[in-house]
Design a protein around this ligand. Structure first.
Ligand code: NAD
Length: 255
């Protein structure tokens, strides 16, 4: 099957081959998409460039999404080098490590701003900057977690940020529906990645999800990738503003 044949996807958030963004890239690649990448900064370049090359990407550009000037420069290059795109994947989240343990009430003002800026506002900023280049029928995707709805000890300010991100998905879906651009989120179960390692007690989270989920295990990155493929492709032309769980069913359990 080639669900994304003829489509170009710009993927933000690959840090290494464990990243959820990389799982998404692999599913898109298997379905014929042209893939292009943006990464957080020079430190990651050595890891991202070979991965991007392995799926034929030629556009591999740095962009710190907390900087408006980086976003503007990136999309200037998108216009110049790619012309238009069909899919944008925002697989970016960040909170200072010291905000991800202990009581939520200890969240600092600066830590709150950082988490909201990088994990939430950046999706709005990328959506707006991409508009001149997004083809009608296009799709924007972001990644969230169940800690937005229910208390997950230590997830703290990221839970608050994910709640705001999910609301962002709905507002953007309303705005962009008129242009036939869809906006959705995947709420993934826990996956051992660089970002996840910053959350205190993440090992316990993995264990408890696997024990309680109806499928009796944790989700594979490839399963998140395949759900992203559905949301990016014409299989989901009637779906927008949604948060779709890909968590082996964990979220349906009450006890
Ligand atoms: P990851 O560490 O592989 O990816 C996080 C990415 O965010 C990295 O590529 C990092 O470079 C990027 N990033 C951070 N600050 C940035 C900045 N200022 N500018 C540009 N990029 C920046 O970890 P991941 O788990 O693949 O995270 C991807 C997304 O998935 C995040 O939104 C995360 O919250 C979400 N998520 C993760 C899990 C999980 O358990 N791993 C579960 C649900 C949702």
């Amino acid at each position: 099957m080639t669900l994304l044949q003829g489509k170009t996807a710009l993927i933000f958030g690959v840090a290494n081959d464990h990243s959820i963004a990389w799982g998404i890239a692999k599913s898109f690649h298997a379905h014929g998409a042209r893939l292009e990448f943006s990464y957080a900064g020079e430190v990651l370049e050595k890891r991202v460039r070979p991965l991007a090359g392995s799926v034929g990407a030629t556009f591999v550009e740095s962009c710190d999404v907390s900087r408006d000037e980086d976003i503007a420069a990136l999309f200037e290059k998108v216009g110049r080098d790619l012309g238009t795109i069909d899919v944008l994947v925002h697989s970016i989240g960040f909170a200072n490590r010291d905000e991800l343990s202990g009581p939520y009430y200890n969240t600092s003002r600066a830590g709150f701003h950082t988490a909201m800026d990088i994990s939430v506002y950046s999706f709005t900023a990328l959506a707006r900057a991409s508009l001149p280049y997004m083809n009608p029928g296009g799709a924007l995707l972001t990644l969230t977690y169940y800690g937005s709805e229910k208390v997950t000890p230590n997830y703290n300010v990221m839970g608050v940020a994910k709640a705001a991100l999910e609301a962002t998905v709905r507002y953007l879906a309303y705005d962009l529906g008129k242009r036939r651009i869809r906006v959705n989120a995947i709420s993934a179960g826990p996956v051992k990645t660089l970002a996840a390692r910053g959350i205190a007690g993440f090992g316990d989270m993995l264990k408890s999800h696997a024990e309680r989920a109806p499928l009796g295990r944790n989700v594979e990155v490839s399963e998140v990738g395949d759900a992203a493929l559905f949301l990016a492709s014409d299989l989901s032309t009637g779906v927008t503003g949604e948060v779709i769980f890909v968590d082996c069913g964990y979220n349906i359990m009450g006890f």
